[in-house]
Design a protein around this ligand. Structure first.
Ligand code: 6PG
Length: 230
């Protein structure tokens, strides 16, 4: 389902409301709610708005959708980004769950990270995804090592390890951890937030032509609401 807006402000307003509703619904049902969030530049204004939202943050867990296997103070760490972007204002009350462990590789860390995510309420009440110009979403990069297991909708793991190939988008081969397609598929609210004509074209092309791209393969199995503004 596509939801298109004339301005980014309108999109952020609507998306803020939708995410708050999904989280409050989770709290009403089971006392706590979990929100899985992606990094990138696109969601920054959403995080700004969410950090001012007066919802029951002390009963909300904020967990990463995915992470680069770098130290948590590394400039490209999603955990570091998220702590700056979302652990503030009202949202500072939320419990934050990152992915990085001291293990050398994400493949060594799968058991430990899944143990950590076992504390996060499942299914996630809301999952926020982004889209890369190469058709990746979460850490489902084209041709990544671990991609088939990550996209396996029947998989039993919440978190999976991948190695993204060197490309124009990744810059270098990079080890990553991600929530799995199976975990995303169980969530009642999954949104893909994109802006600009380029991302729109990438997504349309993936859905219609480049159906081997990870975003298209995920969309085959998961009901995703796309939020788009120019
Ligand atoms: C990451 C980023 C990445 C991002 C997309 C879109 O973990 O590498 O989170 O996956 O979501 O590349 O990025 P922009 O929003 O900056 O276009």
């Amino acid at each position: 389902e596509w939801r298109t807006f004339e301005t980014r402000e309108q999109m952020v307003d609507e998306l803020t409301e939708a995410c708050c509703e999904a989280l409050m619904r989770g709290i009403r049902k089971r006392g706590t709610a979990s929100w899985a969030v992606s990094g990138g530049s696109t969601p920054k204004p959403l995080f700004e708005a969410m950090s001012e939202a007066e919802i029951d943050w002390e009963n909300i867990q904020v967990a990463l959708v995915d992470e680069r296997w770098v130290d948590t103070d590394h400039p490209r760490s999603n955990e570091a980004f998220m702590r700056g972007a979302l652990q503030k204002g009202e949202a500072a009350e939320a419990m934050f769950i990152g992915m990085k462990t001291p293990h050398d590789t994400p493949f060594d860390a799968v058991v430990a990270v899944n143990e950590r995510y076992a504390q996060v309420k499942q299914p996630f009440d809301s999952v926020l995804l982004g889209l890369g110009s190469d058709g990746h979403t979460a850490s489902f990069f084209p041709d990544a090592e671990g991609l088939e297991a990550a996209l396996d909708i029947t998989g039993d793991k919440t978190c999976v390890a991948l190695t993204a190939k060197k490309s124009d988008v990744t810059g270098e081969e990079v080890d990553r951890m991600s929530i799995s397609a199976a975990a995303i598929a169980k969530a009642p609210h999954v949104v893909l937030m994109i802006t600009g004509d380029e991302k729109k074209a990438v997504l349309e092309r993936a859905l219609e032509v480049d159906t081997h791209l990870p975003i298209a393969r995920l969309a085959e199995n998961v009901a995703i609401t796309v939020y788009w503004a120019p």
